[in-house]
Design a protein around this ligand. Structure first.
Ligand SMILES: Nc1ncnc2c1ncn2[C@@H]1O[C@H](COP(=O)(O)OP(=O)(O)OP(=O)(O)O)[C@@H](O)[C@H]1O
Ligand SMILES: [Mg+2]
Length: 253
């Protein structure tokens, strides 16, 4: 049974960077799940999903519904085999045993309920095959409401140095309780913007604070040029700090 890890936090704190760098240091085989409509994980892994011939779950669902409308195939029949459709058409199999599934953008105005439900339904099939599953969530808390996964092992909240981040921690805790989302560990991680004083505040706060992700100009440069963060040098400060954080959490390989 896989360790299920959620990377969450406010907008732009470094959730996707953390999820991608974590993939370098967790034991394979591992699955990255991108719940963000911005679909940034494939970019951070240095490839274009469509060019690889892989669909997002939302795109697949859209195709099924459109085929239904035009009478090509009954959506109910297509949805019966959704597990194998997602496996063959939505699962990117990385050659380094780091696989990726992307939820994708909204189908129509409103909600993600259908693609979420599909993902929720097929998750148990996939989870069993991996040693680690890392879920990269969009900013905000809507994804928790949608309960794509309600049984997590580790929640990593990536913080920026703002009072809003502090409030955010409380809101995540309240929401997980309200929605009965189970988790074993709730960790706080400072992003690259923290200064020493702000870091000390969290170290002394009595919360499960695991440290700071160091600023690393290569992260931004790799993101800009479309290079995979998995190819950052061993000495990358950001990668080393994520390794250190995972080691403290007993998760590093
Ligand atoms: N350790 C770091 N050093 C330097 N730049 C970083 C670091 N971590 C993240 N960044 C930069 O910060 C920006 C935001 O990072 P990222 O996309 O990981 O945040 P996010 O929380 O996933 O954002 P969103 O809420 O939009 O999903 C990116 O431009 C990234 O290159
Ligand atoms: Mg992101």
């Amino acid at each position: 049974m896989a360790e299920i890890i959620l990377s969450t936090g406010r907008g732009g704190t470094g959730k996707s960077t953390f999820a991608t760098l974590a993939a370098r240091h967790l034991s394979p085989p591992m699955l990255l799940i991108d719940l963000d409509p911005d679909e940034s994980l494939a970019d951070m892994l240095g490839f274009d999903l469509a060019q690889k011939g892989i669909s997002t779950i939302s795109d697949k669902l859209y195709d099924i519904l459109e085929a239904g409308k035009s009478g090509q195939e009954d959506p109910a029949v297509a949805l019966e085999k959704i597990g194998s459709l997602i496996e063959t058409e939505c699962l990117y199999k990385g050659d380094n045993e780091i696989d990726l599934i992307v939820l994708g953008t909204k189908l129509t105005k409103g909600c993600y309920c259908m693609p979420d439900d599909l993902l929720k339904g097929v998750m148990p099939i996939f989870i069993d095959r991996y040693a680690n599953v890392v879920i990269d969530s969009p900013a905000g808390l809507e994804h928790l409401n949608r309960k794509v996964v309600s049984d997590l092992d580790d929640i990593f909240v990536i913080l920026d140095p703002s009072s809003k981040s502090l409030q955010h921690i409380g809101r995540i805790r309240d929401l997980t309780e309200e929605l009965k989302i189970k988790y074993k560990n709730f960790y706080l991680v400072a992003n690259y913007g923290f200064d020493t004083e702000q870091q000390t505040y969290f170290e002394d706060s009595g919360q499960n604070f695991l440290g700071k992700i160091a600023f690393d100009p290569d992260v931004a440069a790799y993101n800009l040029s479309g290079q995979s963060l998995l190819k950052l040098p061993e000495s990358s400060p950001a990668s080393l700090s994520v390794k250190n954080i995972l080691t403290i959490a007993n998760l590093s390989r």
